[in-house]
Design a protein around this ligand. Structure first.
Ligand code: SF4
Length: 76
């Protein structure tokens, strides 16, 4: 299982995550921050679990390219 999390409050809206992992990330038109699709918000940490691990590489790129270092991706 693939787990992706986003500490959304610290997003600076640079758009890198949407460019490399558009299946998971969209930029909000409301506040300009990234939205982790289908995620649950727990105290500012937005988390989604995916059974399809084929999305790992794209999301790992998002993690690496995020200048705020607020994306975490892991396989459990
Ligand atoms: S890469 Fe990081 S800082 Fe940039 S939009 Fe995505 S979550 Fe926000």
């Amino acid at each position: 299982m693939l787990i992706i999390s986003l500490q959304r409050g610290k997003c600076i809206g640079c758009n890198f995550c949407q460019e490399v992992a558009p299946e998971q990330f969209r930029m909000s038109k409301k506040d300009g921050k990234a939205v982790l699709l289908n995620a649950r918000d727990r105290k500012g940490f937005h988390t989604v679990k995916l059974h399809d691990e084929s999305f790992f590489e794209a999301n790992q790129k998002a993690q690496e390219s995020c200048p705020s270092k607020i994306i975490q991706v892991k396989i459990i």
